[in-house]
Write a protein that binds this ligand. Structure first.
Ligand code: GDP
Length: 297
């Protein structure tokens, strides 16, 4: 399907004269291939450009280690730079949820995997961190979404706030807070409504909930397969609501993971977790090394 970047680069370097250090021309030739590989991996053009420039500055004049070919050397420089850009938090899996009950606001578009991710994360907090978690759905326009969270809660053994008909999202958020305090929960997760597109109502609702809940973490869930769209969604949510981290879903799909690089480079927000399937344990802490390997192919 895709030609592996390492193979591509060794092809390029085979045609070049052997030298002790990477010359500017060598690096330029190699970086054209890197740029193509990044674009194929769904990295946006401006991000790919900036990235290539950063690598060019680092690579030019670098001595080629005896044990590797120039192509391998460039791949290593590219890999290190990818990891550097992708690293946003020392420990992306560690959420700031010290003072109980800590609210976590989950935001994102409909279909991004928000409800699934809410439940996956609740399960993780319960099993790995021993937290008592309460989940609440605020999607009052979609009763099916509220029921879905309840069903997942039963499945993973995490409590959900009972559904009360006729409440608005702010009332539900307040009830969740009270229930979480009275019930001795460590964390309560608010699964906000999603729409197919960002609209004023969606943002106004999420902002109103944010203002009453005062969340410790606001996690944006985006579909990792949507590339540049995911980055646009993140930029807008961050501008209007303020997000503390991103969860990329569907990273088990065919995508090459380039959205992660664009996401990090454009929004500056740390990627915290990746969704790797529909099952409740298919959520992993984001690892820059792994995504870098995937982008490079
Ligand atoms: P929401 O509308 O944003 O709440 O989306 P849902 O949580 O209902 O998810 C929509 C669909 O995507 C469901 O069928 C999920 O099982 C599926 N889904 C969620 N996360 C992932 C993921 O990481 N990988 C895959 N393959 N499917 C996912």
């Amino acid at each position: 399907m895709f030609e592996n970047l390492s193979e591509r680069l060794s092809g390029v370097f085979d045609r070049l004269t052997k030298q002790g250090a990477l010359s500017e021309d060598d690096v330029k030739t190699a970086l054209r291939e890197v740029r193509v590989a990044l674009l194929e991996a769904d990295v946006s053009l401006p991000v790919a450009r900036d990235f290539v420039k950063a690598v060019q500055d680092k690579a030019t004049g670098q001595a080629v280690t005896k044990s590797v070919t120039p192509g391998q050397q460039v791949v290593k420089i590219v890999h290190d730079e990818l990891v550097h850009v992708l690293t946003g938090d020392e420990d992306p899996g560690k959420l700031k949820i010290d003072n109980p009950p800590a609210p976590i606001l989950m935001v994102g578009l409909q279909g991004s995997g928000k409800t699934t991710t809410t439940a996956k994360l609740a399960k993780r907090l319960k099993e790995r961190d021993g937290k008592r978690v309460l989940m609440a759905s605020l999607d009052v326009n979609r009763p099916a979404a509220m029921e879905q969270l309840q069903i997942l809660g039963v499945q993973i053994g995490v409590d959900t706030l009972p559904i009360v008909k006729g409440e608005d999202p702010v009332q539900i958020a307040k009830r969740a807070k009270t229930q979480a305090s009275l019930g001795g929960y460590d964390v309560y997760m608010l699964d906000t409504a999603g729409r197919l597109h960002i609209d004023e109502e969606l943002i106004a609702q999420a902002a109103a909930v944010r203002d009453v809940a005062n969340p410790r973490e606001t996690l944006l869930v985006v579909d990792g397969l949507t590339g540049q769209d995911a980055v646009n969604v993140a930029t807008e949510f961050d501008d209007k609501i303020g997000v503390t981290g991103v969860v990329l879903t569907r990273m088990d799909g065919d995508g090459r993971g380039g959205a992660a690089l664009s996401m990090r480079a454009v929004t500056g927000k740390p990627i915290r977790f990746v969704g790797l399937g529909e099952k409740m344990d298919a959520l992993e802490t984001f690892e820059p090394e792994r995504i870098s390997g995937r982008i490079l192919g």
